[in-house]
Design a binder for this molecule. Structure first.
Ligand code: CA2
Length: 185
């Protein structure tokens, strides 16, 4: 798996601990590597302050990685190019955020990247990354979370994308659930 940290995350733990906590980026990467070991997968963690470099790494994921966990940081809210690169990677991506962006400024409430990711984890600090890694691992290797490393098959088929649930019946077609009008007396 590839883990990408976006701009300014190299400062993690050094500033604004009230928002982002006291864990440093090295702590996050160490925790990811430990979890990857437990899950029996390999992880490569990279950080860049440059949009183009993040895009190049997403292109690299096409050939070299099975999935991506990405915290696009400030680019979440601005970058069509990063969104396009996530699509171009043709790999399942999970978006993660340390903070709950919906509790913060309105400009952080929009993510240009979330809709092209499988899902988003936010608000749990370092744990957001670990939950994101578990999510991507369980999607690609169903045995990963269910069985200890010794009992796992050498290879496992990817879980197919879940089918879209059938559309719910409209309120009008659910006649029995309509509140009954009081009878006129
Ligand atoms: O909560 C997150 O993970 C964010 O992606 C962090 C971004 C922010 O722009 C997003 O809205 C939410 C900011 C990353 C900057 O990280 C810093 C860490 C320490 C000190 C200063 C910045």
């Amino acid at each position: 798996m590839l883990v990408l940290h976006g701009p300014n995350l190299n400062l993690l733990g050094l500033r604004e601990p009230e928002i982002y906590g006291r864990d440093t980026l090295a702590d996050v990467d160490a925790a990811l590597e430990q979890l990857a070991d437990e899950l029996g997968i390999e992880v490569a963690c990279r950080q860049s302050n440059h949009e183009g470099e993040l895009i190049d790494w997403l292109h690299e994921a096409r050939e070299r990685f099975d999935g991506v966990v990405i915290n696009p940081a400030g680019f979440t809210h601005t970058s069509v190019a990063l969104r396009d690169a996530i699509v171009a990677s043709e790999k399942p991506c999970i978006e993660v955020h340390l903070s709950n962006v919906h509790k913060r400024e309105v400009f952080r409430h929009t993510s240009l990247t979330a809709a092209v990711c499988v899902g988003t984890v936010m608000g749990f600090g370092l744990q957001s990354y670990l939950l994101g890694l578990r999510a991507i691992a369980s999607r690609l290797l169903p045995a990963t979370l269910a069985a200890p490393a010794t009992a796992r098959p050498a290879t496992a088929a990817a879980i197919p994308v879940l089918p879209t649930p059938p559309a719910r019946a409209s309120r009008r077609t659910r006649g029995s659930r309509q509140p009954k009008r009081p009878r006129r007396t």
